[in-house]
Design a protein around this ligand. Structure first.
Ligand SMILES: [Zn+2]
Length: 345
């Protein structure tokens, strides 16, 4: 039995000496000290020995175990120390590894640029949830009960709420305008704020239309807001975004939440007015509807239309970015195609 222990000790110490890596050391620790190690096997037989032998073998086995443990710890320290020693010279003149730099999505960048422009005019930036309700998306905004936009062909209604009404009938917001009344109910008037975000429409996609797209709406409400306040907002945006004056035309437009309403077009910068598929070959592109806030909308916001007036503009961010960079297909923005997106670095 004693010879067997001697042999276990000798072999074990030799193996510890030969270790080259931390991984090997961990394996060997299991092999020498684990439940199935030769040392443990010997200890299991102690019960069969006479008391003297039992004491002697027990002590010897414990001694070997302690030695293994000590030597393994020493070896481990040695290996860790060796690892941190640089054994190859470093060439400090070699070029470094350049980390890949990310870039803001062009729509995000446009949104930030507009925020900067509006913040400098004393506006606040307001964020509303993507899920809205019939009350906020339509009822508050003077949409007639039978207005076609309420139907599922335009709006994504949330399953299970289609049969409900008002606040309980939920949808993905089809426009941002519902956020205007929410803000006014929370903050009252006077107010000037912008509320950017993604909106959702159940429609067929083409070069100018997507099912989800970004809008950027701005609203001023005060005691004597005139049409010219709206025009100043529009000019400010274009000058900020394009760095120069842009040809703009305003046409009469009808939106339930405005009275009067306007369609605001800018010259198509993709074809510089000559006509292309983005501008439907007429040289102008519709970038924002806008108008004077309808008295019924003010009433929804608990404001007296005899006292307060306001002006909306709703900017199609995707289209503005298309104009800024001369991009001719809106679907590229959501394609997640890096070949396209990396051009905006
Ligand atoms: Zn064009």
């Amino acid at each position: 039995m004693k010879e067997k222990l001697e042999e276990i000790s000798k072999q074990g110490l030799q193996k510890i000496d030969n270790i080259k890596s931390i991984e090997e050391l961990q394996d060997l620790r299991k092999e020498l000290m684990g439940k199935k190690s030769p040392l443990s096997e010997v200890l299991k037989t102690l019960g069969t020995l006479n008391p003297d032998m039992k004491k002697e073998v027990g002590m010897k086995a414990t001694e070997i175990k302690n030695t293994f443990s000590l030597k393994l710890d020493e070896k481990e320290e040695e290996l860790i120390a060796a690892k941190s020693v640089v054994d190859e010279p470093i060439d400090l003149t070699l070029p470094g590894i350049k980390p890949e730099e990310g870039v803001l999505h062009p729509i995000t960048q446009m949104c930030y640029d507009l925020n900067d422009a509006f913040l400098s005019l004393g506006f606040e930036v307001y964020n509303e949830d993507d899920i809205s309700s019939e009350k906020y998306a339509f009822d508050n905004l003077n949409f007639a009960p039978d207005h076609p936009a309420r139907q599922s062909m335009d709006t994504f209604w949330i399953e299970g709420t289609e049969d409900k009404l008002g606040n309980e009938r939920l949808c993905l917001r089809p426009h941002l305008t519902g956020g205007s009344v929410r803000y006014l109910l929370e903050h009252g008037a006077p107010a000037r704020f912008v509320y950017p975000g993604r909106v959702y429409r159940n429609e067929t996609t083409d070069a100018r239309h997507e099912r989800a797209f970004f809008q950027y709406e701005a609203l001023i409400v005060d005691k004597d807001i005139s049409f010219s306040s709206g025009v100043v907002m529009i000019q400010t945006i274009f000058e900020k975004v394009f760095g120069r004056k842009i040809n703009v035309r305003m046409r009469e437009g009808f939106f339930p939440f405005t009275e009067p309403g306007y369609e605001i077009d800018m010259e198509c910068l993709v074809c510089t007015g000559k006509g292309c598929r983005v501008c439907n070959h007429n040289g102008w592109i519709e970038v924002m509807p806008g108008g004077v806030i309808h008295p019924n909308v003010l009433k929804s916001a608990n404001l007296d239309p005899e006292v307060w007036t306001g002006f909306y503009i709703n900017i199609g961010l995707d289209r503005l970015v298309m104009m800024r960079y001369g991009v001719d297909d809106v679907r590229l923005f959501h394609s997640a195609d890096l070949r396209f997106l990396e051009q905006f670095k």
